[in-house]
Every structure is written in structure tokens, then in C-alpha cells.
Design a protein around this ligand. Structure first.
Ligand code: PMV
Length: 332
């Protein structure tokens, strides 16, 4: 499509890891040190339009990136677009317009949905037809967790062994419809400004005495989680998800400088989830590089779980999500 203006629009959903990713084996190619397993979330998505425009060529050194209606720093977006241009033999600059359908700046992960939508929209606008595996590896270059958002339902990301990263991609484990699950997000801080994950991971790797143990036990966690998913064993899945989350935060807390992502509301929400469980409602928590708590539960228990979390001191609001689908193109 050299010379012509081309447009594509894609939507991708965010995901939450049940077995967490933290640490890279290659920073340039963005290859995770260990695999991870996630679920894709229906209620959190990003819609992204990419327009390659020959009219932009002349004096622009950068692409133009609009996020939620505001002109934004395009550095990371351009990095991904460069990979697409290189592959498609294009030189045109692009205008990228991206909108999150969830409150921005609420500390809800948006890099996963954002880079998955960008990878799909940019490759389609460039005239490339990539397999989902190729798309996953492309999205990985923007953000490790984005590689998983190419797929819906239950997803596993592989670290691979190759130095070129050609075997570090995500794959679907199970369809969303095959085993419905709910996630209730308890938001405890709207202005969550955190240490970037890349920065935090590099710090943990360099300084936490727990990092070698984290890497050594990763494969075992993945195997156990796979078995829980295959067996549709929710208590097992929940226990394993909590264990991976607490291991991740132990790693963060023992990094120098320490990464403390929790606030009082985060801890209170963790206890609420444990109290729900003591009262007979199977619910399990997980927390990423931020102060929000995500409770995993059966769809039939979601209303009770959301109410208990909403009444927890320090919880500002809750948002409930079912499992969602993979990244897909939408008529531009
Ligand atoms: O995709 P990144 O680089 O933003 O890293 C994600 C890190 C965690 O959210 C904490 C864990 C994960 O596996 O999603």
C-alpha cells in the first residue's frame, strides 16, 4: 500500500495474570524470564485506529498519538510502528487514535489492551496479514502482558528458549465460554501513579535476593495452574493465583529500592476476600503493580463479592468483569 492512505481499527481487552510475569531475559526484545498465565477481561478494552498517511511524511519525525482525546508522547507507540513499517516496507508516518472504555488514570492496566490493539490495527493498516502468533510477538515488543491480550479466555505466555524471541508468544489455553469466571476490581486509588513495570522488573532482577527463587519456581507454578484450568478446579486456581500474587509482592518488597504498591485499602480488600472465603463464598485476590485488588469469583457470587468490597474501608469503587475475547478488527 505504499503511497496510499490506509486505515484500520482494532479492539483488544485487558487481561489479568493468574501466574504473574515479572522480569525479562532480554530487555531489547522484551522477552520474559518466565512464562505467565492470564485471563482476558471483557469490561476493560482499548479501541485503536491507525492511519498511515503519505501526507504526514515530509517534515514529521514522529508519529502522532492521541490517547483518550489528548495528544500524548508517542515514543513507545512509534517503537512498535517502526517494527511494522520495517516489515511492510513502509516509510509513512501514522496518526494513532486510542480510547480506553474504562476510567483512565484509575490505575487499571491499559498497556496490555493498548499494545494488543495497536499491534493488530497497525499491521492491518500496513497491509500485513499476520497470524495470531506473529501478532502476539509483535504486541510483546510493546508490553509483555500485551502478548496475552491477542487471545480471549485463558491464555499462556511462553518465555521460549531462542535468543531471537521467535518462540516467546502467547497461546490460548481455554475459551472464555468453556469456563466462565468473574473478576471484581476494587479500586483503592484513582490517581495511581506507579513505578513503570520495566523499571521495577529491572530493579527486582538486580537487587532482590528472592529473584532467583522467583525464576526457579515459575515453571512449577505454570504447570499447577495449567492443571487447575484443565480440571476446572476453581479453589485450586484461586489458591495458586493468590500464591503467585503474594510471591510477586514479596519480590517487589525485597527489591532495592523497595516497591510498595499497596495502600491501606489494598490490604483491607485482601482481608475482605479472605473473610468472604471463611463465610463460604469462594473468592480469591490478585494484585498487579498497583494498589487495586482484583477478586476472582464465580459469576453467581459476583454481586455479593462486589458489595463486600464496596463496603471495605479504602475501596473507592468496584468494577465487575466477565471473561473477554481476543483482539479483533472492527470496521474503521
Ligand atoms: O506488561 P508489563 O510490562 O506492563 O508487565 C506486567 C506486569 C504485571 O502486570 C505486574 C504482571 C503480569 O503478568 O501482568
Amino acid at each position: 500500500p505504499v503511497g496510499a492512505r490506509t486505515i484500520a481499527f482494532a479492539r483488544a481487552h485487558s487481561n489479568i495474570a493468574l501466574v504473574k510475569y515479572w522480569g525479562k531475559r532480554d530487555e531489547t526484545l522484551n522477552i520474559p524470564a518466565v512464562g505467565s498465565i492470564s485471563i482476558t477481561l471483557d469490561a476493560l478494552s482499548t479501541g485503536t485506529r491507525v492511519t498511515f498517511d503519505p501526507g504526514l511524511d515530509a517534515n514529521l519525525r514522529q508519529d502522532e498519538f492521541w490517547l483518550n482525546g489528548q495528544l500524548t508522547q508517542a515514543h513507545r507507540v512509534s517503537g512498535l510502528l517502526d517494527l511494522v513499517r520495517e516489515r511492510a516496507g513502509l516509510t509513512m508516518r501514522a496518526v494513532v487514535t486510542s480510547t480506553n472504555d474504562f476510567p483512565t488514570g484509575a490505575g487499571l492496566a491499559s498497556s496490555a489492551s493498548g499494545f494488543a490493539a495497536l499491534a493488530l490495527a497497525a499491521s492491518a493498516a500496513a497491509g500485513l496479514t499476520l497470524s495470531t502468533r506473529e501478532l502476539s510477538m509483535l504486541a510483546r515488543r510493546g508490553s509483555g502482558s500485551a502478548a496475552r491480550s491477542i487471545f480471549g479466555g485463558y491464555v499462556e505466555m511462553h518465555t521460549g528458549t531462542r535468543e531471537d524471541g521467535r518462540d516467546a508468544f502467547a497461546e490460548p489455553l481455554l475459551d472464555a465460554a468453556a469456563w466462565p469466571l468473574c473478576v471484581v476490581v476494587a479500586i483503592t486509588d484513582h490517581a495511581a501513579k506507579t513505578v513503570s513495570s520495566t523499571h521495577g522488573m529491572a530493579g527486582s532482577r538486580a537487587s532482590s535476593p528472592f529473584y532467583p527463587a522467583w525464576v526457579d519456581t515459575g515453571e512449577q507454578d505454570l504447570a499447577e495452574m495449567r492443571a487447575a484450568i484443565v480440571g476446572r478446579d476453581f479453589p485450586r486456581l484461586g489458591e495458586l493465583a493468590e500464591r503467585s500474587c503474594l510471591k510477586l509482592h514479596a519480590l517487589m518488597l525485597t527489591s532495592r529500592p523497595p516497591l510498595i504498591y499497596w495502600n491501606a485499602g489494598t490490604v483491607a480488600a485482601m482481608h475482605t476476600v479472605r473473610e468472604l472465603r471463611d463465610s463460604g463464598i469462594p473468592a480469591y485476590f490478585t494484585i498487579d503493580a498497583g494498589p487495586q485488588v482484583k477478586a476472582l469469583c464465580d459469576p453467581g457470587d459476583a454481586a455479593v463479592v462486589a458489595l463486600a468490597l464496596a463496603e471495605t474501608p479504602g475501596v473507592l469503587e468496584t468494577r465487575t468483569s466477565a471473561l473477554g475475547r481476543g483482539a479483533h478488527l472492527v470496521a474503521a
